[in-house]
Design a protein around this ligand. Sequence first.
Ligand code: PMP
Length: 708
Amino acid sequence: MTNSTEHSSLRPDGKPLLGVFVAGSGTDVGKTVCTGALLRELRQAGFAVQAVKPVQTGVLAAEIASSPLSDARVYGKALEGVESLVGLPAAAVLHCFGLPASPHLAAAKEGKRLDCQNLRKDILAHWNVVSAKAFLLEGAGGLHVPLNEDEDMLDLMSMLGLPVFLVGGNYLGGLNHILLSVEAILHRGLSLAGIALVPASDPAMGCPGVDVAGLLTDNAHILQKKLERLGCAIPLVEISRVEKLDQAGWEKLACQLRPAAKRIASNWPTAGQESSEQLSEEESLVQRDRSSVWHPYASATNFPPLNAVKRTFSNRIVLADGKELVDGMSSWWAAIHGYNHPRLLDALHAQAGRMPHVMFGGLTHEPAVALAEKLLDIVPEGLERVFFADSGSVAVEVALKMALQYQQSRGETQRTRFLTPRRGYHGDTIGAMSVCDPVTGMHSLFSAMLPEQLFMERPSCRFDQPFDPACLNDARQILAMHGKEIAAVILEPIVQGAGGMWFYHPEYLRGLAQLCREADTLLIFDEIATGFGRTGKMFAAEWADVRPDILCCGKALTGGMLTLSATICSGHVASGICQDGGVFMHGPTFMANALACAVARASLDVLASGDWQQQVNSLESALREGLAPCQNLPGVADVRVLGAIGVVEMLEPVNTHSLQKFFVKQGVWLRPFNRLIYLMPPYVTPKEDMLRLCTAIEGALRQGAHLS
Ligand code: PMP
């Protein structure tokens, strides 16, 4: 089995990556000198810290110790006269390029490409082998210095999640760069550990006759006010000019940075406290949760196990104790691009600044219109109208109401029931529940108020086996008998999700669509789980080349960032409802929420420009390969894979809680239910993480973690 601590921010001894990221408001603002002075101060205070430069440019590897451009050389000088720590060098440089330029250019010159995932791995690999208490990680230049065409230093900082110490150039015009940097850091959810204002060598910058010193004092004042408004109680250190960086000069700087160094180190647990302190943070959150919050499908008194999450990035979930989990669920199948995708975050921030929300009755806005247009471009042809709602369940309610209103408007008032296959799942609201599986769904609890629907056999013909037309017999019979009462047939195309993770034959959908036409009833596809590429097609309907009259989507619509759904109907349904002055009677307060629409549009842009098809294909191969060993294990009924969905179906229900404990220990996040252990990972999941997910399942079954 793969080592579960590999690429995790925990060392094998359980210690999470500790330290601070030293970033600059620009290039040449004094970042390296501040890092050196912090290093000196912290070492003198007894902390075994190391300055780590993930990327050094302008220096050849052989000249790290000697080149005047080498930051490692500066760190070494900063420690002059400080007792050396045996076995812990002052500095480490992880990547070195000769060209004195931005990391992406310097790397490209040597035929290399840097990326955040690998830089993070290199930093963690170094953390795993070096005996440092904490790192002072120094970036290169400002926050948005590119690491490649897509990623920059801020992306790396986000992935690491360390507090940031910002070094700002204190010159005329410098305040602007500092405030922009503060904003960018806080927008990424990173915390500020402190700010140093460093005087430029020529602070006047060609402004003769101006009281530069006075203006620069005002910089500190404005910055202090801004930090107060943001609620950031952090040290703001005004560094004074040091004429000569000899030992006394370094000592002077170290002294000035003492409050900042103290603050930084105050976040590091002392020996003995280490894991207990982190643990208590998690425990206290779970305790607070238990006295105030109710969780899904859970008891409010007999508490289910809970893990407190601190942050997320890419395909990772980071727990409060620093443990990092490889996500195999995409947060209930929604986070297809992984977490904190920068394009989605940018869209969210931009829209938040412009207009977070406005009512949709009598008003419209660009994010909603553009999203509707984009959706109509990708859904099966013939679907023409988009109705936005807040969640998957509500999208289903809307679809059912549309079907009923459509039938009423054409005089078919007796068509008030819905036909749906057994083992389906469509949500937890009343109407949606009424079309969920009558046995595994929640009918028994709510039968007093659920409308009685018609149920037919589930589509029994497997996706990967020759089609047997007999599997449509039940549908044919019920439609023949009750056709005139049926407003619509509703089902999840190709994949029945929460009702059993069952993959069925596309030919079934073609046959069913034909039967619906013959019975003159509507066909509703619930693509809330299958939409946006999950099955290997943009929409699962494409497997059968069938166009429904109404299609519901949600979940991955916003890339899993915000709640939004859409019910999209044909022109025929829309014009039917609206004939003779008819209107559709639904209108949620948060309909077409502008933030959610803007993020959804960005998510569709990522899908349009990215390689989701190729990513889903690779996940499918990885799932087939990785889950194959489970096929013959005792207790396994079936292993099946379609697109980015992998399922291990057991003969008996599994113990979800004990399995989940096992999985978290292995560093993966999966949430099995009933007899199903399944994976729906984000499309960006790397192959090695797919292997970790699959081996965790195999390991659980071999060790019987599903039984206990
Ligand atoms: N339909 C399907 C097919 C689903 O999988 C789900 C959620 N699992 C829903 C509807 C309900 O969506 P939501 O949880 O957003 O209400």
